[in-house]
Write a protein that binds this ligand. Structure first.
Ligand code: NAD
Ligand code: LMR
Length: 327
């Protein structure tokens, strides 16, 4: 056993952090031959709570967990990291949209982008989870100096997982029968979960779900508004499923995508599908197994899809305009 993966997690004392850290330390993501060094960033008032989390990690006696750094300094947290999971930021409350957090959370990603540029390992990959995730990631990427922009992504994997579960449930099939689920656009209520390009047992979804009105109505709305439904029910935003999605995201980057499938991630647009360059837009992507992705090209969009995708594109343009001074 020779490798050590240095992973930074911000907001490590928060709800998502609590679900994320033990699973990262267990080796489930990077495998049994890779030791893990956790580099945990919190704001100063939360360091005491984070000490408690660290005690619990110690008490798990994870054989692969080599080292834990706890800090309120981004430069220390990001020193030499191979992956940076940027979770730390305020969650929304009932009645808010994720975009309402932009002025409060956006500035966090200016400083963290700069710190990553000076301190992270040459091969760093950055996943932004904190909301509004796409635009926070844009801010981070634009402040991160020479780090290639392809290293940045924002999380829409939770939306993909939600869409997959809805389709499997409606069709009465297992989750593993559902493939090619794309979330297009923003991690927000305008996102477009695409059932037209998805497959069930390798066939069009409509072979299994004949109720097209459901696919174009309730299915889309359920996925778009699932985060708000969880907040309404729990009084807190999703945490276990969000942590799970972050781990799924990393696993999908570091493992080769199975032939014929893809996963969804918000990555900087290269102009594919007419999306403005650099906007962090959720696309279908595949990985070569070494954390390099490619956007899946040439998927068909129906007129229905085009209208939905134009709306989420517009929303991301508007968010970018709001944070222009941070870019
Ligand atoms: P939480 O309030 O439980 O935890 C957030 C933590 O971040 C807190 O401990 C806080 O002290 C810390 N923090 C705040 N500012 C920080 C900074 N500048 N540096 C480091 N840490 C900082 O919230 P949570 O439930 O863990 O959610 C975290 C974020 O993730 C929220 O913005 C939430 O909306 C978002 N989220 C995104 C998705 C997604 O699918 N993209 C899913 C769920 C939640
Ligand atoms: C989610 O989708 O569950 C998160 O983005 C939290 C939220 O605010 O909805």
């Amino acid at each position: 056993m020779s490798k050590t993966m240095k992973v930074a997690v911000t907001g490590a004392a928060g709800q998502i952090g609590y679900s994320l850290l033990p699973r990262l330390a267990s080796g489930e993501v990077f495998g049994p031959d890779t030791k893990i060094s956790l580099q945990l960033l919190e704001i100063t008032p939360a360091l005491k709570a984070l000490e408690g989390v660290v005690m619990e990690l110690d008490d798990c006696a994870f054989p692969l967990l080599e080292n834990i750094i706890v800090t309120d300094k981004a430069e220390t947290a990001f020193d030499g990291v191979n992956w940076a999971l940027l979770v730390g930021s305020k969650p929304r409350g009932p009645g808010m949209e994720r975009g309402d957090l932009i002025r409060e959370n956006g500035p966090i990603f200016v400083g963290q982008g700069k710190a990553l540029a000076t301190c992270a390992a040459d091969n760093v990959r950055v996943l932004v989870v904190g909301n509004p995730a796409n635009t926070n990631c844009l801010i981070c990427m634009k402040n991160a100096g020479d780090i290639p922009k392809e290293r940045f992504s924002a999380m829409t994997r939770l939306d993909q997982n939600r869409a997959k579960a809805q389709l499997a449930n409606k069709a009465g099939v297992s989750i593993s029968d559902v493939s090619r689920v794309t979330i297009w656009g923003n991690h927000s209520a305008t996102q477009y979960p695409d059932s037209e390009n998805a497959r069930i047992k390798g066939k069009p979804v409509t072979d299994f779900i004949g109720h097209v009105e459901w696919l174009r109505g309730e299915f889309i709305e359920t996925v778009q508004k699932r985060g708000a439904a969880i907040i309404a029910a729990r009084g807190l935003s999703s945490a276990a499923s969000a942590a799970n999605a972050a781990l799924d995201h990393v696993k999908s980057y570091i493992n080769k995508t199975p032939t014929g499938d893809w996963f969804s991630a918000a990555v900087p647009s290269d102009g594919s599908y007419g999306i403005d360059e650099d906007l962090l837009f959720s696309f279908p992507v595949t990985s070569d197994g070494r954390s390099n992705y490619e956007i899946v090209r040439n998927l068909d969009w129906s007129d229905f899809a085009k209208e939905k995708i134009a709306k989420t594109h517009e929303e991301l343009r508007a968010e970018k305009a709001v944070v222009q001074e941070m870019l």
